[in-house]
Write a protein of this length. Structure first.
Lengths: 252, 222
């Protein structure tokens, strides 16, 4: 099994608040890793470290290393925009651009110079929408606004938009928490398809979702990585009492 | 239903079917050993039952994994609970088969009148095999009509084994009263044939659990 992301002794401070404490973890290629834990445990903070989103917060201080394909993404010679191109992100609330469905997909690839307008771009839009399982639903209304779609469709549009720039890794921050069960199942089924090509890291409060889709699960608590193992081990035979208490709802 | 749950569900069903088939084959081989008087086949029949407990543990752990990771509901939940109990029933059917083979093959060397015993014991064994085979085949069925039809067939075969065993019991008790020196031999044969009747009971329980998985209601031990 190949390591895609190797995190070594990662610490993060928001001002005086030490939010992540010496995190060491290896995330594997073409696997889904779920990050679980109570609110404020640091799982979303950790997720945002993987594509340097925390750099946008001025009071943040980070040390340690996140090595992706043998390069520490926090090295001074690494441009954070290129990191975010390789590491796509899907957020809790679907956030399509106020543009057409077509433009939602085509915007970033054109901006990054991956394609020019025309046939190649059309093919990229079609491929991305097919990969996100949305093509059949929107192929006859590509010029309609992205915001005209249902919540579940909008989230798949955002996933298609992420895929369009051909990232290596997809980060998902509670991608289904705003969706109904049917849309949730579609996104989960999509994740299982996408992992064949991408490495996926998902933050979820839904333990059942982590159990259903993740190959590996990491449990965070108060900024510490308490336990990280195969999902089956975490949910059947967790080694740490804190993990067991959390997943059985006895935490407190 | 997510694809990874479908995969694990199919794997569990396949493993249960294969495990059940081993017990069916063991019984068919032991029947052949008796009808052809080829005692070497008894060893072959016994070898089919090797690792049955290991297979059962493997399936139970798969079921545990499916329950923990996928939290199945309704029909899927009933199926998982049924499968968990079915592995136990197949192990019990296997234990009865092994015991039948061991004791019945020993009895073949005794001085008892076997022609008369085989007249009833072979139909008893055939009915038990039919019951088990039919019950195991339900694992791969997906319509209520076909499952109910097979369930009824299992009940008929199981009822046959009850009747045949009662006739054998009566017959052998008469023989014991005629020839008291051979009473131990006859009682050993009776005890081994009782195992066949128990195999049919296990088959009825398996069919009952598979019907419960399909149509629901309340789970109860057959």
């Amino acid at each position: 099994m190949k390591t895609k992301i190797n995190v070594q002794n990662l610490n993060l401070w928001y001002g005086e608040n030490h939010a992540l404490h010496g995190i060491d973890i290896k995330l594997y290629k073409n696997k889904i890793t779920a990050l679980i834990g109570p609110s404020g445990c640091g799982k979303s903070t950790f997720l945002r470290c993987i594509n340097r989103m925390n750099d946008l917060i001025t009071s943040t201080k980070i040390d340690g290393e996140i090595i992706i394909d043998e390069k520490n993404i926090y090295d001074k010679d690494v441009d954070e925009v290129s990191v975010r191109k390789r590491i796509g992100m899907v957020f809790q609330q679907p956030n399509p651009f106020p543009k057409s469905i077509y433009e939602n997909i085509a915007y970033a690839p054109i901006k990054h110079g991956l394609v020019k307008k025309g046939k190649v771009c059309d093919e990229l839009v079609e491929h991305s929408l097919k990969s996100a399982g949305l093509w059949d639903e929107v192929k006859n209304k590509l010029q309609d606004p992205g915001t005209s779609l249902s919540g579940g469709q909008q989230q798949r549009l955002c996933i298609a938009r992420t895929i369009a720039v051909e990232p290596d890794v997809i980060l998902m921050d509670e991608p289904t928490s705003a969706l109904d069960p049917i849309s949730t199942e579609k996104i989960e089924a999509l994740m299982l398809e996408l992992k064949k090509k991408y490495t996926i890291v998902i933050v979820t409060h839904n333990m059942q979702q982590a159990a259903r889709v993740a190959d590996y699960t990491a449990f965070f608590h108060l900024g510490d990585l308490v336990e990280y193992n195969e999902t089956e081990t975490i949910f059947v035979n967790p080694k740490e009492k804190k993990t067991e208490d959390y997943i059985t709802g006895r935490f407190g | 239903m997510l694809k990874n749950f479908e995969i694990i569900l199919t794997q569990i069903k396949d493993e249960i079917y294969n495990m059940g088939q081993k017990v069916v084959i063991a019984n068919e081989t032991s029947l052949k050993a008796i009808t052809t008087a080829d005692t070497k086949l008894f060893a072959q029949a016994k070898s089919e039952l090797n690792n049955l407990a290991h297979t059962s543990n493997k399936i139970d752990n798969l079921i545990l994994k499916a329950l923990a990771l996928h939290q199945p509901e309704a029909k899927d939940l009933r199926a998982m609970v049924s499968y968990l109990k079915i592995t136990n029933e197949i192990v019990r059917a296997g234990t009865n088969t092994r015991s039948f083979i061991k004791n019945f093959s020993k009895s073949l060397h005794s001085d008892v009148d076997f022609d008369n015993i085989l007249e009833f014991s072979i139909p008893l064994q055939k009915a038990a095999i039919d019951a088990l085979k039919t019950a195991i085949n339900i694992v791969n069925m997906d319509t209520t009509v076909s499952i109910e039809k097979s369930f009824q067939k299992v009940l008929v075969e199981e009822s046959k084994t009850d009747d045949l065993y009662a006739m054998i019991e009566k017959n052998l008790l008469n023989k014991i009263s005629d020839n008291i020196e051979l009473s131990k031999d006859y009682l050993d044969i009776l005890s081994s044939l009782r195992r066949q009747e128990k195999i049919a009971d296990r088959a009825a329980s398996i069919a009952n659990l598979l019907l419960f998985a399909q149509v629901g209601g309340e789970i109860h031990q057959a």
